[in-house]
Ligand binder design. Structure first.
Ligand SMILES: NC(=O)c1ccc[n+]([C@@H]2O[C@H](COP(=O)([O-])OP(=O)(O)OC[C@H]3O[C@@H](n4cnc5c(N)ncnc54)[C@H](OP(=O)(O)O)[C@@H]3O)[C@@H](O)[C@H]2O)c1
Length: 325
């Protein structure tokens, strides 16, 4: 099969199409014929050598999410049959013509959703559900702030938070990105290049903040949190160090600071999360209240161009690779 391989740590040019054997599946796994694979920022970090895949995952083929049809099933798999349309969360190996995944980490693709749209969903939906709703415990009527509102994570967080009745704020780096965030349901989006988000939101405050930026956002986030507020980190792209953090606020306002990374979680955790998503998020997808946002698709052979686009941060929503089956 064709696969995109990280030949060595480096820039987009280190991605190369190679011939690889179709992966072997275990008794509790399925083999997916991949029609489309979503691109996520962690793939960029992996390509640069800063985000190694967990043991057991494909080591040099990136890709955390795919959509396609079930090609073969392991002997213990009861919940899928050959030909089913599925999307799946992977720990790696998605940029290829075939991918192997635990049968419990797959979701059926609703009829009106294309393979390209479905491939854009698992990594961000699982991350947002776990961090915003399970760890952040966002409730209807609360104020929610997401940084990087136009990112794959951001467009998912805005729609799901709104869908579950929160008042939603976002930050993004251009007016065009802010307009997109508002069109997806954000009540207010702050272009952080023109306006200080802490000043803009100080009267409102936030019950839950999802942050991927870190650095100098950290003290501002803590000051914005309301009493019993929850701060959830999924990355610290600027820096994982911060100056001027007032830890007194944590006691005074009873704040919770938490965070997580999805990729290294075990099989049973991801299986439980899959069930939760099927129950809570899939109905919104089926009803059209939650929509995939595809910015651009590229053929598998142009994975380097797709990575360049993601690193430019010009995109709004998701970038997807297609296989041309
Ligand atoms: N913990 C987990 O389990 C988990 C899982 C998936 C993703 N993530 C993280 O979530 C973040 C979003 O992922 P994604 O795939 O949605 O990425 P993405 O679409 O590429 O979005 C990243 C956005 O972050 C904004 N940004 C702000 N500060 C930045 C900085 N210093 N460097 C680069 N970008 C910056 C950019 O938008 P502006 O132009 O508005 O600044 C950019 O569009 C990433 O940091 C990723 O590592 C974490």
């Amino acid at each position: 099969m064709k696969a995109v391989v990280i030949t060595k740590p480096g820039g987009p040019e280190v991605l190369e199409i190679q011939e690889r054997p179709v992966p072997v599946f275990k008794s509790d796994e399925i083999l997916i014929k991949v029609y489309a694979a979503g691109i996520n920022r962690p793939d960029i970090f992996q390509r640069k050598g800063n985000y190694p895949p967990p043991t057991g995952a494909p080591q040099d083929i990136p890709g955390l999410e795919v959509a396609g049809t079930v090609e073969q099933i392991g002997s213990e798999v009861k919940n899928w049959k050959i030909g089913d349309r599925v999307c799946a969360l992977l720990a790696g190996g998605g940029y290829a013509e075939y991918a192997v995944v635990n049968a419990q980490h797959c979701l059926s693709i609703p009829k009106q959703i294309s393979f390209i749209e479905a491939a854009s969903l698992p990594e961000t939906v699982y991350t947002v559900w776990h961090n915003v709703f399970q760890k952040g415990k966002l409730q209807s009527g609360e104020n929610f702030l997401v940084h990087g509102g136009s990112s794959g994570i951001g467009i998912t967080a805005i729609q799901l938070a709104k869908g579950f009745g929160a008042k939603v704020f976002a930050t993004a780096g251009s007016d065009e990105k802010c307009e997109a965030c508002v069109s997806l349901g954000a009540d207010l989006c702050i272009n952080y290049k023109n306006e200080d988000f802490e000043t803009a939101l100080k009267d409102e405050g936030a019950d839950v903040i999802l942050d991927m930026v870190g650095g100098d956002y950290i003290p501002k986030n803590l000051r914005l949190l309301r009493v019993d507020g929850r701060m959830v980190f999924i990355n610290t792209m600027k820096s994982n160090k911060a100056e001027g953090v007032d830890f007194g606020l944590i006691m005074k306002n009873r704040l919770t600071i938490t965070g997580s990374t999805l990729r290294n979680r075990d099989i049973s955790f991801k299986a439980e999360l899959t069930k939760e998503i099927l129950k809570n998020v899939w109905p919104l997808l089926e009803s059209g209240k939650f929509k995939p946002v595809i910015y651009k698709e590229f053929p598998l052979e142009e994975a380097a161009k797709a990575h360049q686009l993601m690193e430019s941060s010009d995109h709004i929503g998701k970038i997807v690779l297609t296989n041309g089956w």
